[in-house]
Design a binder for this molecule. Structure first.
Ligand code: AHM
Ligand code: MG
Length: 332
């Protein structure tokens, strides 16, 4: 069987299906090359001295790992000169990054979490890159305001997961495709087309150490799962928590399940734990495109009108029926 590389897939989406513009194709190619470079940096680990803290905090007040900073630099350098972008924004930067004047500008806005789950990096557990693409509103400078568009406006979203293999998961708004990095040839190859999240699930993901802070609907939902065969659900459920959103979401994409980082009394003041623009929105688009659902417990994530670039939100996503169930508990 002939393998379909990411390049071929994108050319066909552009030429034959008219799903993407040449600039969006270039953008995805460039992001995928940056993910390859990040994957190589992560793979070297201690040999290249890239593990450990960078000795700085990011805008969210979190300790930056060296690889957070390196991954951010790789994405910025790769994307600023191609002419496809109006601007970029990152979890690691307080303000949007303007394209330097010496380069041409394009119509797209790129947002990313360069290295999600980076607290796992020093213990050799999967981490990833999450990205989201919007159009810069016509006539607007790519300032913070230009980025504040609901997730329904995303033209593309994806993540790379750096695990035993490096995968790139991509949606252009017409389904979800998974590409595996062929390390020998240095290219991504389509390995799963039109992925769908199984509707039935017996697996859930939540950081249970926060249970004493949860709201009543979350407690009720998790208690029912934990009651197993003898409880109202009449079956046993298994729990998994990698603490890397990319890895947890990828497991759900592969075999179903529900992922929850709900609002609780610990994170209420800041609105939740995960970031709307470059974590929740791209993951919500991917999950919906794979037949799942994503809410903040009350609203569809993709409908939320963002107010701030680094806004945080509660996140509940995965197999549709489970997400609907816990969302309905919030309404009761
Ligand atoms: P990060 O972007 O700073 O890595 O934080 C996001 C991560 C998610 O990947 C993961 O789901 C969550 O934080 C884990 O949180 P906790 O440490 O509370 O389990
Ligand atoms: Mg993150």
């Amino acid at each position: 069987m002939r393998s379909v590389t990411l390049s071929r897939f994108l050319i066909e989406e552009q030429r034959d299906k008219n799903v993407i513009s040449p600039d969006l194709r270039l953008l995805i190619e460039v992001v995928s090359r940056a993910c390859k470079a990040i994957s190589i940096a992560i793979g070297k680990g201690s040999l290249a001295g890239v593990l450990g803290s960078a000795g700085s905090d990011n805008v969210q007040g979190e300790v930056q790992k060296k690889l957070d900073v390196i991954s951010n630099e790789i994405l910025l350098d790769a994307n600023e000169w191609g002419g496809h972008l109006a601007g970029m924004a990152s979890e690691e930067m307080e303000l949007p990054h303007a394209i330097p004047n010496r380069y041409p500008k394009g119509e797209y806005l790129l947002l990313f979490d360069p290295l999600d789950g980076s607290s796992n990096i020093d213990v050799n557990v999967s981490v990833g890159t999450i990205f989201s693409v919007l159009r810069c509103p016509e006539g607007m400078d790519p300032n913070e305001q230009a980025f504040l568009q609901p997730g329904t406006r995303q033209v593309c979203a994806g993540y790379a997961v750096y695990g035993p293999t490096t995968l790139l998961v991509l949606t252009l708004g017409d389904g979800v495709n998974v590409f595996t990095l062929d390390r020998e040839f240095g290219r991504f190859v389509l390995t799963q087309g039109d992925v769908k999240i199984p509707e039935e699930t017996r697996e859930f993901a939540i950081n249970a150490s926060n249970s004493r802070y949860w709201e009543e609907p979350v407690k009720r939902y998790v208690d029912e799962l934990l009651a197993g065969k003898d409880g109202p659900r009449g079956q046993d459920f298994n729990m998994r928590w990698v603490a890397s959103m990319v890895a947890d979401v990828h497991r759900i994409l592969s075999r179903g399940g529900i992922f929850m980082y709900p609002i609780d009394s610990k994170t209420r003041a800041q609105g939740g734990k995960l970031r709307l623009m470059y974590e929740a929105n791209p993951m919500a688009m991917i999950v919906e495109q794979a037949g799942g659902a994503a809410t903040d417990g009350r609203r569809r994530i993709l409908d939320i009108q963002p107010e701030k670039l680094h806004q945080r939100v509660p996140v509940i996503l995965g197999s549709k029926r489970e997400v609907e169930r816990i969302t309905s508990y919030h309404g009761q």
